[in-house]
Design a binder for this molecule. Sequence first.
Ligand code: APR
Length: 263
Amino acid sequence: MSSTVEAVVSLVGGAKRIVVFTGAGISAESGIPTFRDPLTGIWARQDPEKLETANAFREDAALVWGWYLWRRAQVAQAVPNAAHQAIAQLTWTRDVTVITQNIDDLHERAGAVDVIHLHGSLEQPKCFACHRTPTAFSFEEPIASEDMRIEPPRCPRCRGKLRPGVVWFGEELPAVAWKKAVLATKNCDVLLSIGTSGVVFPAAEIPTMALRAGAYVVHINPVQVVQPSCRELCLVGRATEIVPALVFLMRPSTGAQVERPVP
Ligand code: APR
């Protein structure tokens, strides 16, 4: 076992409070494209300004709504991978807070609870005009292609257009989610940063916030992440090869099988 892995196992094994901070990379092996990986990344095929801003929605609501329905269809076809499952297992036995930038529900479908979504979720649209979230809403059938234009449904309250319940460029993060994320980050002993390029703020501030509060930060990424701080480590590799191994090495010494708690 490499000295870095040994150091990480000992750090996480001895931690009282752990934060798991994830980006699109943790869902990549479930078949959901990341945003910035060359060739496979969503941006390689789409122009972000066309799709992830309020102006884009004003200009062509049908294109933006159709794209998000396509992404919902992708998520519906995806299954949580071994990394999602290992993180969920960790939350069943340790004090772990999962903070994600992702808008998919794969952490929840793997069994993680109270996941903090900093960039919203594909699950719950809201009204572009009155900002209300319709209570009983069911999506249309998933669509096949990535560039189908579909008129968004109307808000039952004000008849405004419904928009995806996600955070677009230039928009504020959901205040309650951000507050909970900052509280957990400032009080953790170790933060695992898994599958994120760390380029979109303020979410990308989370690992630095943990370091400033005295925690250790462990990056898990196929790409070597620069670690300016002495309390920062990087395990280079895919999430599904590193995270399950890490959780296995930290299992309780009794070797007892980790069971999902009954809600
Ligand atoms: N395992 C772990 N990490 C991976 C894997 C994998 N199998 N495959 C790719 N990665 C890494 C890439 O090396 C990259 O660092 O995942 C990261 C993906 O980076 P981005 O595509 O930029 O995704 P993310 O960091 O989540 O983007 C942040 O940008 O567009 C906004 O709202 C969007 O939430 C998103 C935010």
